[in-house]
Design a protein. Structure first.
Length: 294
């Protein structure tokens, strides 16, 4: 009998709590953000509009009419240049750092890479890569979310080619990144900005980002690097720089010397753009004359 008397008030209490929730819903409405739902039929544009106004890249066929960004990263001639310099990518295992929106991943798959592991540390960029993978039906690309320096420090195995486009000038120690790529990859493609004293002196807008110089070193390689402050750019949702408020830029000659120091003794240079509005830039296609010991 005592058990029955205890259960009565408990049931009443649960019913009253449920009634109060219903009344609260009627009075104030649901606490669900219905803006996260779509009321349209599924489409490529609907998926792209999850990040409306935040896309950098224009999409390739058959999605060229979709509203996205304007940069031609899905038809980037730098990837074609790298493939030509390095003997093609067909059948090769590729490690890509910072895929951004998957444009270069798409090109590497189309050029015949057997597999592409693409590591992205920016959450928004990573999710955009997944959208692109689904919309374009990419089959041989695996996108990973996380810090690519930590990934490389973890000894992820060997790759035939490392692709590091637009990332070297976003890290704290670019010499270490080149060393880690040298440990993991037989060939290497880098596109990067670099520090040039004269170019910085001519451009006050660029100069304001550089605050001081320092020495970076890794495994017996040392050089001067220049601290670049992102400043207000970090508050933008479109920001795609490094994970800190600053990074280090190396000079052009030091980048080439660093590649050679870590085993890439055959180095081709191209895509020179000393007048790039965001800082002088160039590309490197590097390989070893003797394969590294596995």
């Amino acid at each position: 009998m005592s058990g029955e008397r205890a259960s009565g008030p408990t049931r009443v209490g649960r019913l009253w709590a449920r009634l109060r929730r219903v009344l609260a819903y009627v009075v104030s409405g649901p606490d669900v953000d219905f803006a996260q739902y779509s009321s349209d039929a599924p489409s490529a544009q609907a998926a792209l509009d999850i990040f409306r106004g935040d896309w950098a890249s224009a999409l390739p066929p058959p999605l060229e009419s979709c509203r996205a960004g304007s940069m031609p990263l899905f038809s980037d001639p730098r990837i074609a240049w790298a493939a030509e310099q390095l003997g093609g990518v067909e059948g090769r295992r590729v490690l890509e750092l910072g895929p951004l929106e998957g444009g270069h991943s798409y090109l590497l798959e189309r050029l015949g890479a057997s597999s592409i592991v693409a590591v992205e540390g920016n959450a928004r960029a990573y999710l955009k890569c997944l959208i692109v993978k689904e919309l374009l039906g990419l089959q041989r690309v695996r996108f990973l979310f996380g810090d690519f320096v930590e990934y490389l420090r973890g000894s992820p195995g060997r790759f035939d080619l490392g692709v590091a486009s637009g990332v070297l000038y976003h890290v704290e120690n670019p010499a270490e990144l080149i060393a880690l790529l040298g440990r993991a990859c037989e060939q290497l493609f880098i596109w990067t900005h670099y520090y040039d004293r004269d170019a910085v002196a001519r451009d006050p807008r660029l100069a304001r980002h550089f605050t001081r110089s320092t020495t970076v070193e890794h495994e017996a390689f040392r050089c001067t690097a220049y601290r670049y402050e992102y400043r207000a750019a970090r508050i933008l949702t479109s920001f795609c720089g490094g994970s800190r408020s600053w990074s280090h830029w190396m000079g052009r000659a030091d980048i080439l010397a660093c590649c050679r120091h870590f085993g890439f003794d055959q180095v081709a240079v191209g895509c020179d753009d000393p007048g790039n509005v965001n800082g002088p830039s160039f590309a490197i296609a590097a390989r070893r004359s003797v394969p590294a010991t596995r």
